[in-house]
Design a protein around this ligand. Structure first.
Ligand code: PGA
Length: 247
């Protein structure tokens, strides 16, 4: 089964209504490769506004959600609230959630499990820090991150896995296509051994970390790279070139 190419734009804490109008306009103008699944990750307060103006060939994602349906958790939103507003996706485990806000592998796994159980699709992010890569610990770190999730979920059908080396995020330092391919391939082997060959074959593993209109085409040629999660470069019209990188 062919894996449909997936490109997510992670706006992070950026954008206002004017800027969002601009982004939606360049996405509408496209043209976008119809064989690519496109999702934009929007700050929670702009989810419903963005959804109201997005064309229907583009889907929408929250950037975080808590691990229970409701309750005394000031400042949080739940998967149930996202669904109630027609938001089908959530990004979980982004390195900024892990490293700026101190989210642990366990909390992220609980969030992923709850979101899936509630009926939300998940872009689950993993990745090693520079010192971990330099110490030769890349695989150890990312395998622990996915094991935490794998232990808590029953199905990977509604998950897209984003491999985002922390040293490449927002730094302009992209992993080379070979570096990314090598890790994606190792991840696929891990899934084959620890989950199932079928999941290993069908799971989309996307790359994130300083993806730009200039480097997307070369990354997209690698057989185990099924798309991208794009931060900074999703805010301008070069994002269209990234979406079309497979053409
Ligand atoms: P970047 O961010 O493309 O700006 O490096 C990627 C991400 O954090 O998802």
């Amino acid at each position: 089964m062919a894996r449909k190419f997936f490109v997510g734009g992670n706006w992070k804490m950026n954008g206002n209504k004017n800027e969002i109008n601009n982004i939606v306009n360049f996405l509408k103008a496209g043209p976008l490769d119809a064989n690519v699944e496109v999702v934009v990750g929007v700050p929670s307060i702009y989810l419903t506004y963005t959804k109201s103006i997005l064309p229907n060939n583009i889907s929408i994602s929250a950037q975080n959600a808590y691990k229970v349906e409701k309750g005394a958790f000031t400042g949080e939103i739940s998967p149930a609230m996202l669904l109630d507003n027609g938001i089908p996706w959530v990004i979980l485990g982004h390195s900024e959630r892990r490293n700026v806000f101190g989210e642990t592998d366990t909390l992220i796994a609980e969030k992923v499990a709850h979101a899936l159980a509630a009926g939300i699709k998940v872009i689950a992010c993993i990745g090693e820090k520079l010192e971990e890569r330099e110490a030769g610990k890349t695989e150890e770190v990312i395998f622990l991150q996915i094991k935490a999730i794998a232990d808590k979920i029953k199905s990977w059908d509604n998950v897209v896995l984003a491999y985002e080396p922390v040293w490449a995020i927002g730094t302009g330092k992209t992993a080379t296509p070979q570096q990314a391919q090598e890790v994606h391939n190792k991840l696929r082997q891990w899934f084959s051994k620890n989950v199932s060959p079928a999941v290993s074959e069908s799971l989309r593993i996307i790359y994130g970390g300083s993806v730009t209109a200039d480097n997307a085409k070369d990354l997209a040629k690698e057989s185990d790279i099924d798309g991208f999660l794009v931060g900074g470069a999703s805010l301008n019209s070069g994002f269209v070139t990234i979406i079309n990188a497979k053409q």
